[in-house]
Design a protein around this ligand. Structure first.
Ligand SMILES: Cc1cc2nc3c(=O)[nH]c(=O)nc-3n(C[C@H](O)[C@H](O)[C@H](O)COP(=O)(O)OP(=O)(O)OC[C@H]3O[C@@H](n4cnc5c(N)ncnc54)[C@H](O)[C@@H]3O)c2cc1C
Ligand SMILES: NC(=O)c1ccc[n+]([C@@H]2O[C@H](COP(=O)([O-])OP(=O)(O)OC[C@H]3O[C@@H](n4cnc5c(N)ncnc54)[C@H](OP(=O)(O)O)[C@@H]3O)[C@@H](O)[C@H]2O)c1
Length: 716
């Protein structure tokens, strides 16, 4: 159904565009175009016995017959000079009529209405009434009342000047495509590696010491010790850094981008179109940067969408694509700024800066750069971290205004195909999102507060065929008048007939929700919808040893993995599965009590680290949350109503420790075991960064070992 919807959208957009806008930016460096533009520019600079001072720029050559006839002859002569075969010369000349019509359409509709007969008649008439001079080479003071011929030498120079100019437009477009192809290549390569990882080739691929050393040094570690955790220079200068792997991809892109900014220019030594080399450089660079900025449109949207097929193919998380989205966005705005600066320099050198400022395309260009700068400022780490909703809504608003301004900026000149493709991706993805929400529906969920921070949500499935793998997440919508439009990501625990979400209240929506439930006495019924599931579940079951880290509110994903693994593998099977849970207080784990007891009498080794001295006993909640699916009601029913008793019950199958786990030591033990090893982590940011870096270090020391690191913690 979704595919049909997608095809219908594409179809209607294509139909609309076919009518209104050419879908593809035409190649500029073709003789039918170069000849028309160069002859028009040249003839427009001559003095004609026609007053066109207060009319449009091309009024002279479109409306004054001697000038028009000279134009037609000039176009034909240039085409005959530059195009080799006779048949091609004729067809090129006939194709050039379209460009003549386009230029004249800027004057008025009537002027653009030129037939092929009139075009040929221009040549015939021009030849008949040719001025009494052999040919004209350069600007003269003479006023012309008769058609004129342009000299061969001038024709060559004019043609080549325009060829260099329009070639730069085509090259810039090709370089824009090259950037897209770069990402297509990287994604294909990583998809292949990802595919190899999860089939029989896996061991083969991961057994090479060199590959493992490379992974340990360049793929897995953080770049400057931080990735999930914000780097902080001071309170305001803070942000997220890519991993080494993301940095490598970005480096390739940045280098390619830098190269394509500066290569393959063909300047005109005679300064025919532009008065000096400086003006040429400014204009060519402005065109290059402008087109490159536009080429980022599809990528920037593609990497920001939640429903992204590439996530499944590459195994990359959403946060990796968001990292790409951010860097591509930064480069796009940089390109746009360079475009604006170089175009301003061009206009100043040309002394057209003030008049250009009055043109609508210019004003929309300035507006686009302004909106782009606001997007960059509003995306600073500090705002994202502390005012996420403000960032998000200004981001969407400014991005819409940016798109609109860019569209208006190029409305009559081309390159709209980049914007259209981005819009197609965006609209299709929004439809997918809506379809996911509708598919899930709006069941009434039970929301309960647990202590000062925790919210426990039970959502009935009502017999719906909706399934979520361990570690997958959803975007939750709470049907309350004050928050219904917000969607926040949460990891879900799918218990068959119901879904559980456990939230640690922060300062925004989650805090408001906590207060609302508390105000209602700790229990609240509310309509909730889930958009998802998103993300792919880590294939940890394929490994001989599995080490799972869970910390704080990051427990749901790892815990569900452990439960699924315990169901899949009995104690007789030669798999060692270790679950390490870290929480500030034992009472925190009460939120997960039913799921924790599902690990009783299983092969999973559970280690619980309590990092704060334990507080006073807490009343336990009702036991009705226990799911029959997992057959653990009995084990829970025996446990009494205090935290210490909870600990006692847990200690029948879990080992308790005080203080933080020593990640490196635990990892070293696991690396020393026989067989392959999967490490999965969803813990607080600094914690996951520590696990990631220790794993990478140990991979360098033990390159013979087959190891895979899965990170379920995400931040964007
Ligand atoms: C994949 C994923 C799964 C998660 N699963 C859980 C879970 O199971 N339980 C749990 O308690 N928390 C989970 N979180 C964290 C949870 O999404 C945030 O704590 C929540 O969105 C905060 O909402 P708030 O308005 O109260 O945030 P604020 O107090 O305004 O912000 C707190 C932090 O959350 C970030 N944040 C806020 N809104 C969003 C958003 N829409 N998208 C991404 N980040 C946001 C902010 O940048 C900030 O760093 C998960 C996050 C991700 C990315
Ligand atoms: N899929 C996802 O992306 C996802 C899913 C769920 C939750 N989350 C996010 O995950 C985060 C979990 O944080 P939280 O506030 O719930 O956790 P927390 O309560 O701050 O910490 C949980 C435990 O981890 C320990 N810890 C913290 N940093 C450590 C480190 N560097 N090394 C060793 N142990 C460390 C803590 O010890 P101390 O007491 O000593 O600090 C504590 O015992 C939240 O930001 C939540 O939004 C993400």
């Amino acid at each position: 159904m979704l595919l049909i919807a997608f095809l219908l959208i594409v179809n209607s957009i294509v139909a609309f565009c076919d009518e209104k806008i050419p879908l593809k930016t035409a190649r500029k460096d073709v003789w039918e175009h170069n000849a028309v533009a160069s002859c028009a520019a040249h003839l427009n600079t001559l003095n004609w016995g026609f007053d066109h001072e207060h009319t449009a720029y091309y009024a002279l050559i479109c409306q004054y017959p001697p000038a028009f006839d000279s134009w037609a002859m000039c176009i034909q002569d240039m085409i005959n000079l530059e195009v080799t075969t006779e048949t091609k010369q004729v067809s090129t000349f006939e194709k050039s009529l379209l460009y003549v019509q386009v230029l004249c359409s800027y004057v008025d509709k009537r002027s653009a209405n030129i037939s092929l007969e009139q075009y040929y008649f221009g040549i015939e008439n021009g030849t008949k009434f040719l001025a009494d001079i052999a040919s004209i080479e350069d600007n003269t003071d003479e006023i012309f009342y008769h058609p004129i011929k342009v000299s061969v030498k001038k024709l060559r120079r004019l043609g080549h000047a325009y060829h260099g100019f329009s070639r730069n437009l085509d090259t810039s477009q090709d370089f824009g495509l090259a950037i897209c192809f770069y990402f297509a290549f990287v994604i294909t390569l990583i998809s292949i590696i990802n595919f190899l990882n999860f089939n029989a080739f896996k061991l083969l691929f991961h057994k090479y010491k060199l590959i493992n050393k490379f992974r340990g040094r360049f793929i897995i570690p953080t770049l400057f010790h931080k990735h999930a955790d914000y780097f902080t220079f001071n309170r305001y200068i803070t942000g997220l850094l890519p991993t080494s792997c993301e940095a490598m991809m970005l480096c390739g892109y940045l280098i390619l981008h830098l190269i394509v900014l500066f290569i393959s220019y063909e300047f005109d030594p005679y300064n025919i179109i532009f008065k000096s080399r400086g003006i040429q450089v400014a204009r060519y660079f402005a065109d290059r940067t402008g087109i490159l900025a536009f080429a980022h449109f599809p990528l920037i949207i593609l990497f920001s969408v939640r429903n992204n097929l590439f996530m499944h193919l590459t195994g990359f998380t959403y946060s990796t694509f968001v990292t790409l989205h951010k860097w591509i966005g930064r480069m796009m705005i940089l390109d746009a700024m360079l475009h604006g600066i170089s175009y301003s320099v061009y206009a100043m050198l040309n002394q057209t800066f003030i008049s250009s400022n009055k043109l609508s395309f210019w004003r929309f260009g300035v507006a686009a750069i302004f909106f782009g700068c606001i997007i960059i400022i509003m995306s600073f780490g500090f705002l994202r971290k502390h005012y996420y909703e403000t960032f998000l809504y200004t981001h969407i608003l400014m991005a819409s205004l940016f798109f609109y301004s860019c569209w208006k900026h190029v409305e009559h000149i081309g390159w709209k195909d980049w914007i259209i493709s981005a819009m197609v991706i965006w609209i299709t993805e929004r439809i997918f999102r809506i379809a996911r929400i509708i598919t899930f529906g709006f069941p009434i969920a039970k929301l309960q507060t647990r202590g000062e921070d925790m919210i426990h949500i039970n959502i009935p499935k009502n017999g719906k065929q909706w399934h979520c793998e361990p570690g997958q997440y959803v975007f939750a919508y709470f049907m309350d008048p004050l928050i219904f439009w917000q969607s926040h990501p949460f990891t879900v625990m799918d218990l068959g007939n119901e879904i559980i979400i456990i939230i640690k209240a922060k300062t925004g929506l989650t805090r408001r929700l906590h207060k609302k439930i508390n105000d209602a006495g700790g229990n609240y019924m509310m309509k909730v919808s889930l958009e998802g599931p998103y993300g792919s579940s880590a294939h940890v079951h394929r490994f001989d040893n599995i080490l799972i880290y869970a910390g704080g509110s990051g427990i749901p994903g790892p815990l569900m993995h452990a439960i699924e693994l315990s169901k899949k593998f009995s104690s007789e099977m030669k798999k060692r599965i270790k679950l390490i849970i870290s929480a500030r207080e034992l009472s925190f784990l009460l939120s997960y009590k039913n799921q924790l007891f599902m690990l009783e009498n299983t092969s999973i080794e559970v280690l619980i680290y309590i990092t704060k001295p334990r507080a006073e006993p807490i009343e336990l909640d009702d036991l009705s949350l226990v799911s029959d699916d997992y057959g653990s009601r009995d084990s829970v029913s025996i446990f009494s109503n205090s935290v210490s008793e909870f600990e006692q019950q847990l200690s029948t199958f879990a080992t308790f420790h005080n203080g933080r786990p020593n990640t490196t030591e635990i990892l070293k033990e696991e690396f020393a075991l026989e067989g392959s090893l999967a490490i999965l982590a969803c813990t607080p940011p600094a914690f996951v960064d520590g696990i990631r870096n220790s794993t990478a270090q140990l991979m360098i020391y033990h390159p013979e070992k087959v190891v895979h690191y899965f990170e379920e913690y995400q931040v964007w």
